[in-house]
Design a protein around this ligand. Structure first.
Ligand code: SF4
Length: 149
């Protein structure tokens, strides 16, 4: 965060409802760090090379998960359930605490238009400390993939 005290210092409301919307439809890629690859390969009892060949492709020089062969949904989504949940990529684990959703309140509101768990009235308030820790994990994972900012 740029500011010493972030605009979300009182925390933000979020709880995943399991609607599956973030794993389906619209364009977007799930990019994988070396740690993601190792964890996912182990989950499916494959070598990282086998996993990469079977489940990933290269997007503008970065390794990303394939979509489902018959739809734009994530390849691991089955009956609205993630088949790799325990080993899911850091990008998924840290949603919605991505820097692009947190720079200013308007970014958070825009993210809420695509995710019903954001600002959900039944959701608990996630503390600013926890939000910043998740965002740092998200950023570290991008750095591990040599993304530039
Ligand atoms: S869109 Fe939001 S509420 Fe729905 S599954 Fe994804 S994170 Fe959960």
């Amino acid at each position: 965060m740029d500011e010493m005290i972030p605009w979300f210092d009182d925390g933000l409301r979020f709880k995943c409802t399991g609607c599956g919307k973030c794993c389906t439809g619209s364009p977007g890629y799930v990019y994988l760090s070396p740690d993601d690859l190792e964890r996912l390969a182990e989950h499916f009892s494959l070598s990282t090379e086998e996993f990469s060949t079977k489940y990933t492709h290269t997007v503008e020089g970065y390794q990303a998960l394939l979509d489902h062969p018959d739809s734009p949904d994530c390849i691991f989504l089955k009956d609205n359930r993630c088949q790799a949940y325990q080993a899911r990529p850091i990008q998924c684990q840290t949603f919605p605490w991505w820097i692009q959703n947190l720079r200013k309140p308007e970014d958070w509101q825009e993210a809420a238009e695509h995710c019903e768990g954001i600002n959900h009235p039944d959701a608990p308030i996630v503390s600013s400390v926890e939000i910043q820790a998740k965002c740092a994990t998200y950023l570290d994972n991008l750095i591990a993939q040599n993304f530039s900012f």
